[in-house]
Every structure is written in C-alpha cells, then in structure tokens.
Design a protein around this ligand. Structure first.
Ligand code: RIB
Ligand code: CA
Length: 307
C-alpha cells in the first residue's frame, strides 16, 4: 500500500485526481491539505469535502494558506467556474473540515512516517514551502514529492505565454520548493495537453460508464472544457489527474533529471521555469521532470476510478 498526502486547491481537475487516489485499492490517503489557488481557500475546502463525501471516504481535510506567500491571491475561476467545480449546481457548502493548519499536517505526517509518505501537490506550492521553512528535515524524510506544476521541458504557459498557473500563482513558494532538496518529480502542463486531453471520443467513453462519479467528473469540467476548446485544445485537459497517475504508477513515465529554477517578480518572467537542459547554470540537477506519460495508462487509471 502506498501512503499519499495530497495538497490541493480543489477545483475540477483536482477533484478528479482526488477520486483517482481515494478509489485506488493500493493507495491510502493519509490527509488532504488545502491551499488557495483555483478558488479561495474556503471554497477549495468545501470542494474537497464534497468530493471526499462523494467517494465515501473519511479522510480528514485541513485548511492551509489563504494567500500566497508574498502576494494577493489571483484565482482561476475564469477557467473552472465561480465555484471551481463547473458551476453545475452542486451543494458545495456547509461541510466541516478537521481543523489544524495545512503546513503543520504536512510536517507531522511526513515526520511521523519517515520514508513512507508520497506528497502529491496539485496546487500552488504555498503550503509545501511553509512546511519546509518550518521543518527543513521533511526534505529527507519524505519518500516522494510529485508536483503538478510548471510548463515541463518544452511546454507553453497556461496563464501567461511562458508560465503555468500553480507556479505563477505563488512563484516565491515554487522557487523555495524547487531548491529545497526534496525528491521532486515534476509533471508539467505540457504532459497534460499532450497526454491527458479529453477528446470527444474519450468524453463519450466516460459518459458511457454511466456512474455517479463519471457524471460528476463530466459535470464539474463543463466550464474548463469550454475554456480549453476556446484556446484550441481538442477537449479539457486533466493536469492534476495525470500527475496523480504518475504518483500512482510512475512506471508509465519517461523522465529526465535536470536543474530547474523558478523566476519571481511581476513581469512576464513571473512563475516561468528556468529549465537547464544542458547544464549551463553549473547547478546540480534538483529534480526529475516527466517528459512523457502513457496516455493509455492514464486513461485506464482514470476509467477504473470512475467506474
Ligand atoms: O495549470 C494547471 C494547474 O493549475 C492545475 O493544478 C489546476 O487545478 C490549477 O491548479
Ligand atoms: Ca490544482
């Protein structure tokens, strides 16, 4: 059994990734920590609680950062909908979280089980950065840190021409985390748009499952699907779910090890990854970056979770 700790800014694709982990027979989800990002913290907490209840899980949900480290929050509600879950009329309020503080839960969970926890980061890295600053020893104690973030080795941005949302929303946190020494495995937006696009054929296959979870997955994606089609993709892409697939089954990934930095500031460089493919920075590689993930393997895991 794999022990996952998941940090999320719960919106539509995060919710599908949560379903994949909560429903996988070989995964124990220790806790969910919530970070502001796609939507504000309180909405992300409610979205996570709704998804956990839908999966019949008793995993605890803990609120984390309400703002990025050094900035005011700029959400992605234009992409996912006002409630982050496709504005499809779900009752996303009134549930109670487990309290605590996300960064403390991350530290306590990792230090409480050295070498056993896979931390999966699906949103801006604010909680992870705060946890590391409070207890740098988590870098040695955590088994794996799978991050959905950045544009990958060759990808475009999705919030600016060169920046991906999770790194752009809190670039200072991302810059701290990539230099933390944690065993990072980065799954960028390039992998999502290349290997995790819900084409019309795949959309119809998911709909044909005709289960509560397949209907949920399609409904909450209705706003992001319009956004994705509008920018020329063949359907909505699923960045957090394919990052979760990599966490569950890394054997289907091709990776390369290199040094990555993250640019800060407020200009076009905000949140942009410096990918040192040829070692010109003179810095030691600091992470593994996924360069390809089997689309068939991903959609197989997805369909199993929604069935
Ligand atoms: O850029 C994609 C990432 O930003 C995903 O995690 C999505 O949920 C948003 O948080
Ligand atoms: Ca996310």
């Amino acid at each position: 059994m794999r022990r996952f700790l998941i940090d999320t800014d719960t919106a539509s694709d995060d919710a599908v990734a949560l379903v994949m982990a909560l429903r996988h027979p070989d995964v124990i989800v220790e806790a969910l920590t919530i970070v502001c990002g796609n939507v504000g913290l309180d909405q992300a907490v409610q979205n996570a609680l709704y998804t956990v209840e839908l999966c019949g899980s008793d995993v605890t949900v803990h609120p984390g950062a309400r703002q990025p480290l050094m900035r005011t929050l700029e959400t992605a509600q234009n992409v996912h909908g006002e409630d982050g879950m496709g504005d499809c009329g779900l009752e996303l309020s009134g549930r109670s979280h487990a309290g605590g503080r996300g960064a403390d839960v991350i530290v306590d969970t990792i230090l409480g089980a050295p070498g056993e926890i896979t931390l999966v980061a699906l949103g801006p890295l604010t909680n992870i950065a705060v946890a590391y600053l409070r207890a740098p020893e988590i870098a040695e104690a955590v088994e794996r840190v799978v991050v959905m973030g950045g544009t990958g080795v060759h990808g475009p941005g999705n919030v600016s021409p060169m920046a991906e949302f999770n790194f752009w929303a809190d670039p200072e946190a991302a810059a701290i985390v990539v230099e933390s020494g944690m065993p990072l495995e980065l799954v960028g937006w390039d992998i999502s748009i290349e290997n995790a696009v819900v084409t019309q054929e795949r959309h119809d296959t998911i709909r044909a499952l005709d289960t509560p979870l397949s209907a949920f997955a399609l409904s909450i994606a209705q706003v992001v699907r319009r956004f994705a089609l509008g920018i020329g993709l063949a359907g909505d892409d699923l960045p957090d779910p394919i990052a979760m697939a990599h966490a569950i089954d890394p054997s289907a990934a091709e990776t390369t090890r290199l040094h990555v930095g993250v640019m800060v500031g407020d200009g076009p460089q905000r949140g942009v990854m410096e990918v040192d493919r040829f070692g010109f920075s003179g810095k030691e590689p600091n992470l593994d970056i996924v360069t390809r993930y089997s689309s068939d393997n991903f959609f197989g895991l997805l369909m199993d979770s929604l069935g």
